[in-house]
Each structure stands twice: as C-alpha cells, then as structure tokens.
Design a protein around this ligand. Structure first.
Ligand code: GDP
Ligand code: IMO
Ligand code: MG
Length: 440
C-alpha cells in the first residue's frame, strides 16, 4: 500500500504533522522532490522537531529515504541526522545515489540571481538554499549526484568541468567576487569537502539504489508513505510560475521522484494537506491576502513564521479556486484540514468561493500568473467558533467539534472530490481528529 501526502496551497499546510500521524503505520517514508527549502515541524509529546531535509517519519524511527527526485545538501543531511541523535533518536535515513547534490556554489548563485532579479522587482523570495541552481544543473546535465561523491576520480572529473564555469557565471554575469567564497569556488576545497561527505555517507551505508530498495520493500508488503514538500501553488508546472520552486511537488511526480512505478503509486491514496486559511512565504500572487490586525492575529495564533528562514508568512482567507485546482492536478482521495483552532474567535470566517475576472466567474485559477492580479475574490461568510478544549475535542472525535467549524469544513470538502480524513486542532500529535486512515 502506498500513500502520498501533498500540499494543496503554497506550502506549510502541515504536511509534516500529517506524515507523522500516518507514520505509525508506515514502514518507509520517502521524500520525492525538493531539498532543505522545506521546513516541517512535528510536535510529539510536547517535543518540537524541525526538519528541512530528513523525512518527517524519522521522528517515529521509520526508515526515511530521500528519493532520486530530491536535491540533497550533504551538510544539512549530516547536521539533521546528528541533531536527532543528540536528542536521543536513532534515525535511519537513506539517500538515493541518483539524487542531485546541492554544492556550496549553488547557494551563492541562488542569492546572486535573486539579488539581480530584485533590481527588477521579479525575485521569487527563495529560501536561498540553492534549490533552483541545482535543478538547473540537473536539467543542464552538469549536476553532481550523490553516487559521484563516493567515487573520488569521477567527482574530480565532474568538478574540473563545472567549477570554472560556475566561477565565470558568478563573476561575469552576477558580479560576484569569487575570492570572497573560496568554499564555493575553489576546486580543491570543494573536492575535499564533498569527498569527505561521500566517505561519511558510505561509512554509514546511507546511500542506496532507490529503485531496487523500494521494489524490495514493496514486494515484501511494506507500507510506503510518500512525503511531498512545498505545495501545488509552488509547483514549477502547476503553480504560480515564475513565483514557484524548481521542482514538482504534485502527486504525479511522486512516482518519478521516488522511483516507484506510477501504477503502484496510483493504486494507493493521495491525501492533501490543507490549512484552514492560506499562507505564503516569498513573493507571488495571493488574491485572498489579508493585512492589518486580522492577518497579525492569525499569524500570531498560528505561529506563522517560516521554519527555514524565520520570515513572517503572508496570511489570507481560504481560497477554493486554489483547492479545486490542487484537487484536480493531484487526484486527491482525502484531505486533512489543519489549523481549525487558529481561526477561533474570528467572526465571520470567510472563504473565497470563486474569482471574478473581466465579468466572468472562475472556479479555478487562470493559467497565467499575470492574470491572477485581475481576479477579484467572491467570498462566502461563515459563523465563527469560540474557544473550546481542543485536546478534549480531539479525543472525543469529529462530532465534538463546534457546529460552526463542522459547517465550514463540510463546505470545503463538499467543493472537492475528496473525503475529510482528519482535522488538525493544534500542533501536537494528540491534537488531531481522525476520521479515516489511508493505511486502514
Ligand atoms: P509543512 O511545511 O506543510 O510540513 O508545515 P510546517 O510544519 O512548515 O507548518 C505548519 C505549522 O503549523 C507547524 O508549526 C505545525 O506544528 C503547526 N500545525 C500543524 N497543524 C496544526 C494545527 O492543526 N493547529 C495548529 N495550531 N498548528 C498546527
Ligand atoms: P514546505 O515543505 C513554503 C517558496 C519560497 C519561494 C519559492 C522558491 O515547508 O511547505 P526555493 O528556495 O524553493 O527556490 O524558493 O518557494 N518555498 C516554500 N514556501 N513552504 C516551503 O516548503 C517552501 N519551499 C520553498 O519561499 O517563494
Ligand atoms: Mg513548512
């Protein structure tokens, strides 16, 4: 059985907590795209774990695999694994040998290109983790793969081609003084650092041929959980291009990015994580964005600050056109709606039912991002709900939710071709109302 968890909005929908809640029945958790631009927070027994790269299943001791569709910064990998060990956990993390490596020059170039774009006001507000430049090199057939780090001669050969080209790019196009960044542009320094990472990965037997590894697990009847990072609105194909990340978070890539066959993934479930309102970090269109006191109130109540960069997240009402789009492109079977507790005391609670553009009503967003700015949200208003003891609600089940919250949730799922699987009423593992389990 294979279950895929995806973000339906602009990231930070609470995918980490959904993956954690299914983790008790999964045998392997696989990330299939992205890198340490992700930031997943799992709260278990009052302990908070913040992970950027390691799959969220690691908190439960489930094997975590970074699939071939991921971009892996070995520094982050090592520091997250060590950090979890220091906290008494014993994470079992594997990395696909086909996954691409984020090298120090990718991070410098990410920042340099964002700075150049910001002169024109067209920056994406990236996390600065080198994600875009690494995927560019992958598609440009000049990337480094995890397997290359284990082969010193091959690694040196690849660096001998790539480092001079990165030095020229940095210097001539972006005006970067490469001598200020020896760790990123000096061939010998890069070689030493990357080969040392390769040795460590090898010593700890962390690298795998993912295709073989997952085929064996699947044939043994193991339950596999595919953990999406980012969200549909940040998808390079299906999101608000160019204000997106450089990978494909939607469920279609779960097969390619993990190396499980599409027919195997397709027989399983796709669960969309939904935040009961919308948040976004970075630039890009946001038709339901709020400002002022209301945005501030939700930001504080929901702890809406980026896990990776600490940036305050932009806040807005729930956007049904965005969710309908996510439902279609991911083929959702279920949704988990988080942060219902965060909206407590706000009355009315609004949801954007459709957009009006040029006198026409749109139920899903326009394909061209530039057209989003002409979209006027058409809102529906819902009665708010007051504070309750959410831990008690979680233990008593769905019917214990305030009536008004249930009305809101039933409207949302009624607009989608998916069932309501879970409702988040707080950050902790215990603060979830579970209605259906995809690994049943
Ligand atoms: P992800 O990137 O989709 O995994 O989400 P993040 O972990 O970046 O952001 C979600 C944040 O909301 C985290 O701090 C979670 O601990 C928290 N969270 C998740 N679900 C709920 C919920 O139902 N209520 C509240 N109050 N917080 C939640
Ligand atoms: P999780 O997995 C929210 C955003 C960045 C920027 C754009 C491109 O925690 O949901 P990148 O560094 O990927 O090149 O940045 O994408 N972004 C995220 N926003 N949550 C994330 O991950 C994100 N990962 C990238 O803010 O706008
Ligand atoms: Mg996040």
């Amino acid at each position: 059985m294979i279950v895929t968890v995806v973000g339906t909005q602009f990231g930070d929908e609470g995918k980490g907590r959904v993956v954690d809640s299914y983790g008790d029945r999964a045998d392997v958790v696989v990330r299939y795209q992205g890198g340490d631009n992700a930031g997943h927070t799992v709260v278990a027994g009052g302990e908070e774990y913040k992970l950027s790269l390691v799959p969220s299943g690691a908190v439960r001791g489930t094997v975590g695999l970074l699939g071939p569709g991921c971009v892996v910064n070995p520094e982050t990998l090592v520091s997250e694994v060590d950090g979890l060990r220091e906290r008494g956990l014993d994470p079992d993390v594997r990395v696909a040998r086909r996954a691409h490596v984020i090298a120090p020059y990718h991070r410098v170039l990410d920042g340099a290109e964002e700075a150049a774009k910001s002169d024109e006001g067209v920056e994406a507000g990236t996390t600065g983790r080198g994600i875009g430049p690494t995927y560019e090199d992958k598609a440009g057939r000049r990337g480094l793969r995890i397997g290359d780090l284990l082969d010193p001669d091959l690694l040196r050969q690849r660096l001998e081609y790539v480092v001079p080209t990165k030095r020229r790019l940095a210097r001539n196009v972006f005006d970067v003084d490469v001598d200020d960044h020896p760790e990123a542009f000096d061939l010998d320094a890069l070689y030493d650092r990357l080969s040392a990472h390769g040795e460590r990965l090898d010593e700890e037997a962390m690298t795998v041929n993912a295709e073989r590894y997952l085929a064996e697990r699947r044939e043994a009847g193991d339950r596999i959980l595919l953990e999406g990072a980012q969200g549909t609105g940040l998808d390079v194909d299906h999101g608000t291009y160019p204000y997106v990340t450089s990978s494909t978070p939607t469920a279609g890539y779960a097969a390619a990015g993990s190396s499980l066959g599409v027919t195997h993934v397709g027989t399983g479930e796709v669960v969309g994580a939904v935040k009961a309102y919308t948040s976004r970090v970075g630039t890009g269109p946001f038709p339901t964005e709020l400002d002022g006191d209301l945005a501030e109130r939700v930001r504080e109540a929901g702890g809406e600050y980026g896990t990776v960069t600490g940036r305050p997240r932009r806040i807005g009402w729930l956007d049904l056109p965005v969710l309908r789009h996510a439902d279609r492109v991911n083929g959702l079977t279920g949704v988990a709606v988080n942060h219902v507790d965060t909206l407590t005391g706000i009355d009315p609670v609004r949801a954007c039912h459709a957009y009006e553009r040029d006198g026409r009503r749109l139920e899903t967003p326009p394909a061209l991002t530039e057209h989003w700015s002409d979209c006027e949200p058409v809102y529906r208003a819902f009665d708010g709900w007051s504070e309750v003891d959410w831990a008690t609600v979680a233990s008593q089940g769905y019917d214990a939710l305030p009536d008004a919250a249930r009305t809101y949730l039933e409207y949302v799922v009624g607009e989608l071709d998916a069932d309501l699987y879970a409702v988040g009423v707080g950050p902790d593992r215990e603060h979830a109302v579970e209605r259906a389990h995809p690994f049943a």
